[in-house]
Design a protein. Sequence first.
Length: 142
Amino acid sequence: MANREKGEIPLVVGGISYTFVLNTGAMIAAETEASRLWKKDVCWDDLVVKLPRGGVQAFAIYMWAGLQKYHPTLTVDAVLEIIDECGGLNGLYDTFMKTAHESSLPDPADLAELPPPPKAQTRAPRGDGVGARSTSKRARRG
């Protein structure tokens, strides 16, 4: 089961449960795999820059790396099959983002333990002004 406090995101695709977590190990794995596939040194920033531009291979590496902690036998090709099963990148993105959003919501049991919020005051209480009352006399205009 995914641990939301550790940034783990549960993902169910085709009835199979996966846990995605983008920790330091996943980032290193992504750099290593991208360097191997692209036959050049790749740093994390190189990979992340390709994601918003729709780099399919970059996204597959990103997903593969995030799944490695709990699913070390998955290959990049297996992740491509998972992506296809979701309906391609858009389908996986929708599934992934929906799950990530739901995972970020507080647990209802935790919310039930919180004290109720304080009641809002409808008017300021008397005598809570700033400073003391003035004792000076008003000047007359003449």
